[in-house]
Design a protein around this ligand. Sequence first.
Ligand SMILES: [Zn+2]
Length: 301
Amino acid sequence: MKALLGSLFFAVTSLSAFDYALKPERITSDVTCFFGAPEVMNKTNNGNIVNSCYIDTGEGYVVVDTGPSYAYAQSAYNAMQRIKPLPVKLVINTHIHDDHWLGNGFFTQNGVSVVGSDDFLHNVNVHEATRMQNTISPAAYEGTVSTLPTEIILESTRKKVGNQDIELKLISRTAHTAKDLVVYLPKLGVLFAGDLVFNDRLPSVKGGNINGWITTLEELEAMGALHVIGGHGRNTDKNSSKMTHEYLTQMRSEIRFAIESGLGIDETIKKVQMVEYQKYKLYDAMQSGNVEASYRVLEWE
Ligand SMILES: [Zn+2]
């Protein structure tokens, strides 16, 4: 049966036309990732702005995040089959933003379980057109169906797949989103932090909570992982959360100071420019919105 599933799985993958030409990059002996561009989604990158990873468990792969479309998931899968032809045993979705999970359908159509938090049930409407659908080229989006996780978890858990113990840590407070899920491999010291960790581009705070995010980063850093792989950006060393952590901490202290000085939200947005972060991609698109979202949390302190 295992062999049958493997061969079926492989046969299905040649149907879709669009090829993202993804380049797998090895992080450790058992972890390979695809790194997206530090950009907003558009018709050129077709949503390849996000990181997704494959964990080799000896008897199959575990996939962390499935990317922006069916064709993306297929391109990643095909690239991994060229490295080592193993079936996919399990898929994990770190959070509900649609650049991270719209490839789910590629796996569920082949009977693979997808694990995610109950945030998907509360805050994703599969009948609505997605942001991705409205933005990337129809050819790249073709075949994509909004597909929720098939296994909803309400608390942290662990799974044994092949030779890997996989810890699924559900963050219990709003941080980047209401329910962020991180994945830890104790044997390899690899932490998949989802969008709790950004590099190369400015994080997006909208829909999150700056206080919860900072507290969560403190907890993740205390785990002492050797490799921390974020949802965006190429840095995967043990200190890769530093940029996000420092950015949020500085922003919080500047906004708190503005609030104490009696500044309103518009004045605070003008004041908290954090020009040293202008060198990062998406600064112009994100900074004002990040200050606004954080002000609305901090004004109640
Ligand atoms: Zn996100």
